[in-house]
Design a protein around this ligand. Structure first.
Ligand code: NIG
Ligand code: FE
Length: 414
């Protein structure tokens, strides 16, 4: 495998020491950099870096050298929350929203997740894969270098398996690490509207064993929310998933304070996600654990719901990650550069905090931070190379404008 030497890097960003798995509270503002740098990638990994006045004398034989021309080099975005496998977009709901309907009203009228689930039943694995691959390719071009993808539009054994098999195909076909979350507990199918325990039994007795047997999921997800899965139901589902080794990553406190954060903490969730409606009790419980608080500001932006209180979380020493939530209903975009901008503009995160939240902490929310999420020797050489920027803050400041010039995955130009 050819090696790659990047020279003339204006600023190399995110040099966290080996062994730092996540950043919490005040640590999140620490983003070590190196000016006027070079970086060497060997065997797909970051093997060394330094300043241009001390270029390495001994270089590998098969070497490609590329000048960064003064641009910034960052670790790729680690997007720890997405729903990119879906059969069709939902622009009709977009128009309903413009006319004043809320997310809950659209869902109650048969739109929302159930609308996507109906289309999912009819879609073939091939069509789903092709559509998801197009979305993922766009995300990679926008700098995403690690991703989590959820099921949850199947809501039946066959369709949940179909979605998870598509995610497995994405894992096998794309050069970035991908984690899969099992989200059959996304909504109650119409047939189980008045028989919640019937659907929960279907998940626990039929879906979980088969998914575990085929090794199709890494995590268990539940949409813990009024009108969706109650606290007790969430507890029951997370308890049932534990023996299969499926740790929780859950949707909590999106539309209301559900107690989902505390249930997540009780089950040592890898992350609790959304938190738009988070109260002091939830923040206090997050401060006491190691669960990542994953915020999804492009969902707030799109739905017009409140933005999460990132400042209170960070002040309370909670680790915070940012992710896209790419899905057809609440966030039809997987652009992490926009998420970064919203993190700064709407969540009032400093650029350093927001970049850490999109990289190392995003990786931690997928248990990938030993592998990626920072410029650290031995980590995957998944990198973003930007145009020359007047400062690091220019990246989130120039929202909606792509500053990325080159993507490097596994030490190779993509
Ligand atoms: O994360 N909140 C639940 N799930 C998605 C939305 C799903 C949909 O509307 O299709 C979310 O926002
Ligand atoms: Fe989501």
């Amino acid at each position: 495998m050819a090696s790659l030497l990047l020279t003339h890097i204006g600023t190399l960003v995110g040099l966290h020491p080996k062994g730092i798995m996540m950043l919490r509270g005040a640590e999140m503002a620490q983003l070590p950099v190196l000016e006027n740098a070079w970086l060497l990638c060997e065997e797909g990994l970051i093997s060394d870096f330094g300043t241009m006045d001390a270029l390495p004398l001994q270089l590998p034989n098969e070497l490609e050298t590329r000048s960064a021309e003064g641009g910034y080099v960052l670790p790729s975005w680690c997007d720890s929350h997405s729903h990119i496998v879906f059969a069709a977009p939902r622009e009709e709901e977009f128009v309903m929203k413009i006319a004043g309907k809320s997310y809950e009203e659209i869902a109650a009228a048969g739109g929302g997740i159930l609308n996507s689930a109906a289309k999912m039943q009819l879609a073939t694995e091939e069509d789903l894969f092709e559509a998801a691959a197009i979305r993922l390719n766009d995300m990679i071009r926008q700098g995403t270098g690690a991703l989590e993808v959820k099921s949850g539009y199947g809501l039946s054994l066959a369709s949940e398996l179909k979605m998870l098999r598509v995610i497995r195909r994405l894992k096998d076909s794309f050069p970035i690490p991908i984690k899969a979350s099992f989200l059959a507990a996304h909504a109650f199918p119409i047939a189980y509207k008045n028989n919640h325990q019937g659907y929960i039994s279907l998940i626990i007795d039929q879906m979980l064993p088969q998914i575990a047997e085929e090794g199709l999921a890494d995590y268990m997800d539940v949409f813990c929310e009024q009108g969706f899965f109650s606290l007790e139901e969430t507890d029951q589902l997370l308890t049932a998933a534990a023996p299969y080794g499926l740790k929780p990553k859950i949707h909590a406190n999106q539309l209301s304070i559900s107690g989902g954060v505390q249930i997540g903490l009780k089950h040592q969730a890898v992350s609790v996600d959304h938190l738009e409606a988070t109260d002091e009790a939830a923040i206090a419980s997050l401060a006491s654990g190691n669960t990542m608080a994953t915020l999804l500001p492009s969902c707030s932006f799109y739905l017009g719901i409140p933005f999460a209180n990132a400042r209170a979380l960070i002040q309370s020493n909670v680790p915070v990650a940012l992710a896209s939530d790419y899905n057809p209903g609440s966030t039809p975009s997987g652009n992490m550069n926009f998420v970064l901008s919203l993190g700064c503009i709407k969540l009032k995160m400093l650029p350093e905090e927001a970049i850490n939240a999109c990289t190392l902490n995003g990786a931690a929310a997928m248990e990938l931070s030993a592998l990626t999420g920072s410029i650290t020797k031995g980590k995957k050489a998944n990198l973003i190379l930007t145009r020359p920027l007047s400062s690091l803050a220019f990246l989130p400041y120039s929202f909606g404008q792509l500053q990325i010039k080159t993507i490097i995955l596994n030490g190779k130009i993509y």
